[in-house]
Design a protein around this ligand. Structure first.
Ligand code: M6R
Length: 612
């Protein structure tokens, strides 16, 4: 989703801003722009990629050391040059970049039109910058105060950065509901939607909180609350992330790199937390809420997209190990349907980015109702990580590809450990069972390694899929959520219509779709409901569907029924999603590459969905 970058210092701002925008590309965008202040305001913006933006500017024409940049993901008005950010106020003094949605834009626009303001774009952002100009003129206040007073009249979500011709040594930043991070270098300051745009310049950051406004000048940063104008004592964090972890490291795409990172990322997820021989899970976040978990009558899991699918695996795991009932819900539905939330419910919110607007709003609702909220997040310092009562980081490392891969397996790993922990404190798991599962979790990384060796065989299978327009993914039990996740992966990056179904549901409708033009991907690992799945595969075969199976080694029955087979190592049924999902990720990746799709930045999608 939209990305913001800003620079104020002694260096040339242009290369810093352009590189920053390139680092933000992973969030998904349709247009981009920059504003540079060099005695006058230079604005460059256009529809399309940052490369196109670069071609607009003569690289030697500006030595500006102040500037802001933006990647836009269209909300108000189509993606085109005029709607791209930055936007300039009518008197030409104020320049803004903005993430989020101003909900009362129409009433502000009407007021401004009455005051003879005019607009060049369709955006809510241009309305906001003019509203700030209007307030500054009316109230005769400083820029900082004008921004603060204006934001108090705004309904909606925003992260903004503003520069002004008449204040050439100042940047203003403010946020409500959309992330913003400030970077502190040596006599230079940065703004970013996350830290990636300026990671090669500084690792010292301040996370701006909701409802805070920062005034950044060469003298330093002062932060105040937007509603009550009170000073805020900012905490400076030292980031651990390195530049290498956000670069491609020899892989053609981030998605492929991230698929290959899973043996390591899962090791990182379990390191120092899982002790099979001691029958112990050590996670500080779980300790913090252990009294809540002990009395919990119900667990509610919230998330969106892939995180929701991980939540479904979590439901099976937690119910299996601890016998506590679990409900899994889309955060976007939960927040708007007046759900019953009891004070002894424990809510688990799952999010890779930690910035998903619907998940964040659902968390706030759950907290208001008195529930204890536990977060499972990948991004340290993200809004969800800070908003939850306790939590566990997945430690999967930065995920740049829009299609979530290593975040999913890391989320499932955390949920498996959480389920073990709950099984133990609820006295529902024997020591032997606990140990057996914990030992097997430890073996998952090396089993994934061996699945990754099937990459070229999977690539060959992908060639036979690339020409289809529809597909079905079938799984049962623990692998039903994997079928949903496999279908999501394929559709989001290859644009092939894909549906995930519990295999037994097929005969209640989808079986009508099956003919030789319908590829069916069946997830049939050994164990659990394997025999039942064999019957389901037979039903598909009888209707001439093209069958690709993921199964254990040497399963001759499945092999003889399938057009292609991907054989993977065995594991416990309850942990099989951590393995079965890997060939599906590779399959989607190769199909998308075969079809010439933009794998890392699929059309219309954003990495971090910060608007509802
Ligand atoms: O950052 P989150 O985990 O909260 O994001 C949730 C979804 O937007 C995300 O999983 C999305 O579905 C991915 N594109 C899936 O690959």
């Amino acid at each position: 989703m939209c990305g913001i970058v800003g620079y104020l210092g002694n260096k040339e701002a242009y290369p810093i801003l352009i590189n920053g925008l390139k680092r933000l590309e992973y969030r998904g965008y349709d247009s981009s722009g920059i504003a540079l202040f060099n005695g006058d305001m230079e604005i460059y913006k256009c529809k399309g990629k940052v490369e196109r933006l670069e071609s607009l500017k003569n690289k030697d024409s500006s030595s500006a050391s102040l500037g802001i940049g933006h990647t836009r993901w269209a909300t108000h008005g189509p993606p085109n040059d005029k709607n791209a950010h930055p936007h300039v106020s009518n008197n030409g003094d104020l320049v803004i970049v903005h993430n989020g949605i101003i909900e009362n834009v129409e009433s502000l626009r009407t007021l401004l039109i009455e005051k003879n303001y005019s607009f060049k774009s369709d955006t809510d952002t241009e309305v906001l910058v003019n509203f700030i100009e209007y307030v500054q003129k009316e109230e005769k206040v400083s820029l900082e105060e004008a921004v603060r007073l204006s934001l108090n009249q705004v309904i909606g979500a925003y992260a903004i950065s503003i520069i002004s011709k008449s204040h050439p040594d100042v940047m203003i930043a403010a946020r409500l509901g959309s992330p913003l991070v400030l970077g502190l270098g040596n006599k230079e300051f940065f703004i970013g939607s996350d830290a990636t745009p300026f990671l090669d310049h500084t690792k010292k950051v301040i996370y701006l909180e909701d409802g805070e406004l920062a005034r950044i000048s060469k003298q330093g940063i002062s932060i105040r609350t937007i509603d009550s104008d009170k000073p805020v004592d900012a905490i400076i964090h030292q980031l651990q992330m390195d530049l290498e972890s956000i670069e491609k490291g020899g892989f053609e795409h981030f998605m492929l790199k991230e698929i290959y990172e899973q043996p390591t990322s899962i090791q990182n997820t379990i390191r120092g937390r899982l002790f099979p021989e001691k029958n112990e899970i050590k996670m500080a976040g779980l300790e913090m809420i252990s009294s809540n978990l002990k009395v919990a009558n119900r667990i509610i899991i919230l998330g969106c997209g892939t995180s929701w699918h991980a939540g479904l695996v979590g439901e099976y795991l937690i119910e299996e190990f601890s016998r506590v009932p679990v409900e899994v819900e889309y955060a976007s539905e939960f927040r708007y349907r007046n759900p019953v939330i009891n004070s002894n419910d424990v809510v688990i919110a799952i999010s890779q980015s930690g910035e998903t607007a619907d998940t964040l709003a659902a968390i706030k609702l759950a907290k208001e109702s008195g529930a204890c909220v536990f977060g499972i997040c990948n991004v340290v310092g993200s809004s969800i990580a800070r908003e939850t009562d306790a939590g566990a980081f997945t430690h999967a490392g930065p995920e740049i590809g829009v299609a979530s891969t290593k975040a999913f397996t890391a989320q499932v790993t955390v949920l498996a450990m959480m389920a073990l922990y709950m099984g133990k404190i609820k006295n529902k798991l024997t020591k032997t069972k606990f140990r057996e599962i914990a030992l097997e979790i430890n073996k998952i990384p090396e089993k994934i390694e061996s699945i990754l060796k099937l990459d070229s065989a999977i690539k060959t299978i992908s060639k036979s899929l690339k020409g289809f327009n529809n597909s079905l993914f079938l799984g049962r039990g623990f692998n039903f959520p994997v079928a949903l996740e496999g279908a999501l992966k394929l559709k989001e990056i290859s644009y092939i219509h894909a549906e995930g179904y519990p295999a037994a549901e097929m005969k209640h409708g989808p079986i009508a779709l099956i003919d030789k033009k319908m590829p069916i991907i069946v997830i049939a690992p050994l164990g659990g409901l394997y025999e039942k799945l064999v019957s389901n595969i037979q039903e598909v075969k009888a209707r001439k569907g093209k069958i690709i199976s993921i199964t254990g080694f040497g399963q001759s029955e499945v092999k003889s029924l399938s057009d292609a087979v991907i054989e993977i190592p065995d594991t416990l049924d309850c942990l099989s999603p951590m393995l079965t999902t890997i060939p599906l990720q590779l399959l989607s990746y190769h199909v998308a590459v075969e079809r010439g799709c933009n794998v890392d930045q699929p059309r219309n999608l954003a990495k971090s969905v910060t608007v509802e």
